[in-house]
Ligand binder design. Structure first.
Ligand code: NAP
Ligand code: G4F
Length: 337
């Protein structure tokens, strides 16, 4: 790998962005990340990279921009001249997308179009190929018509987020077919880690199990316990993104573990790990339910296994143990400070 290979990651401060930045730096890339302006610097997930000196030697550079500001995307593509763009930025919370459907569409749908146009224009002007990865989602399968879901399964989104992601997905296909862009989409099933946002269900549960064990909380309030998801490890999933952009031909791939569990099973595993029975602590509130639910997602990643050589390395139980242990450590540290 040449040291001059440049990658541009939108959403670098998010869960996946932080794992992908680490992975690309380990491969010798010069990594550029887009941050949106916030009143607090939201860099906690990538602080470690700065501590390791990635920024001081120029391997990691951050830039301000926003998916809703297409001119910022044009400027960044022109200035960075990336070889690979990973578009991970999103309003990624499904329930919140019902409260902010317009904003969700601006970021997750029109934002993708803005990025594709910026890349197309730069390629046209410079003659340099830019490979593009779009973070598509299993949420697009929604009210599923077959199980497990694969690349050919019809889409039937059930949330403003799912609908917006579907636009992002189809416009990526359209620019590939219309303008010959090297543009690929990963249709990623749920993937989690100790860096998962605290209002997604896995992290909410692992954090609660840890804090209840340490006497810092008494209960946890959840919505639908019967929903089932195919949960994998984010560190595994970002490798699939990179693999897609190393192929001669761009394409779309389902990335999943191939096994699913209910939210109830998640609670059971997480609480059992700290020696507790979840039934003594879990309360219900309709506030955490969605106007329309996706009941069961289960992915078939055969195409990625065959074409990319990709396989998940972390199983559900190990993932939940990893997250609970990390939350126990964090809660204990906070208690001491
Ligand atoms: P995440 O932790 O919520 O990170 C989202 C990132 O997008 C953050 O860096 C966030 O910045 C940034 N962002 C949000 N709005 C923006 C805007 N208007 N302009 C620029 N940046 C903006 O999400 P994730 O779990 O890492 O997921 C990465 C991508 O994969 C997302 O597109 C998500 O929809 C998709 N996806 C995720 C999963 C999953 O299970 N994790 C599955 C399928 C698809 P702040 O830090 O400032 O908030
Ligand atoms: O953790 P969740 O919020 O993830 P969801 O809705 O599946 O979305 C995640 O995965 C998608 C891929 O399919 C991504 F595209 C998306 O960006 C995001 O990363 O909820 C999982 C399940 C749902 O069925 C929800 O109804 O858990 C159920 N749930 C029950 N109680 C809850 C809660 N979810 C949340 N967030 N909070 C609860 O209290």
């Amino acid at each position: 790998m040449s040291a001059s290979r440049r990658a541009f990651i939108t959403g670098i401060s998010g869960q996946d962005g932080s794992y992908l930045a680490e992975f690309l730096l380990s491969k010798g890339y010069e990594v550029h990340g887009m941050l949106r302006r916030t009143s607090n610097l939201s860099r906690t997930r990538i602080d470690g990279l700065f501590e390791q000196g990635a920024a001081s030697d120029g391997c990691l550079q951050l830039h301000y921009g926003d998916m809703t500001d297409s001119m910022s995307l044009v400027r960044l593509i022109r200035d960075i001249q990336p070889h690979e763009v990973y578009n991970l930025a999103a309003q990624s919370h499904v329930r919140i997308s019902f409260e902010q459907p317009n904003y969700t569409a601006e970021v997750c749908a029109l934002g993708v179009l803005g990025m594709l146009d910026a890349i197309r224009e730069f390629q046209h002007q410079s003659g340099q190929e830019v490979r593009f990865y779009q973070a598509s989602s299993s949420e697009m399968f929604g009210k599923v018509t077959e199980s497990p879901q694969r690349e050919t399964t019809p889409f039937a989104p059930r949330s403003p987020y799912g609908v917006a992601k579907l636009y992002g997905h189809w416009i990526t296909v359209n620019y590939r077919e219309s303008y010959g862009l090297h543009a690929s989409s990963g249709i990623l099933f749920n993937h989690e880690s100790p860096r998962r946002g605290e209002n997604f269900v896995t992290r909410k549960v692992t954090q609660a199990a840890a804090r209840i064990k340490l006497g810092l909380e008494k209960t946890i309030t959840l919505g639908n316990l019967d929903a089932r998801r195919d949960w994998g490890f984010a560190g595994d999933f970002v490798k699939a993104m990179w693999c897609m952009l190393q192929q001669d031909t761009p394409d779309d791939y389902v990335i999943a573990t191939g096994s699913s569990h209910s939210v109830r099973e998640l609670c059971q595993f997480a609480f059992e790990h700290v020696g507790l029975d979840y039934r003594d602590y879990v309360e219900h509130d309709v506030r955490f339910e969605r106007p329309a639910e996706v009941d069961h997602l289960l992915g078939d990643a055969t195409k990625a296994q065959e074409n990319l050589g990709w396989n998940p390395s972390v199983h559900f139980q190990d993932l939940i143990v990893m997250m609970v242990e990390s939350d126990l450590k964090r809660a204990a540290e906070r208690r001491e400070n």
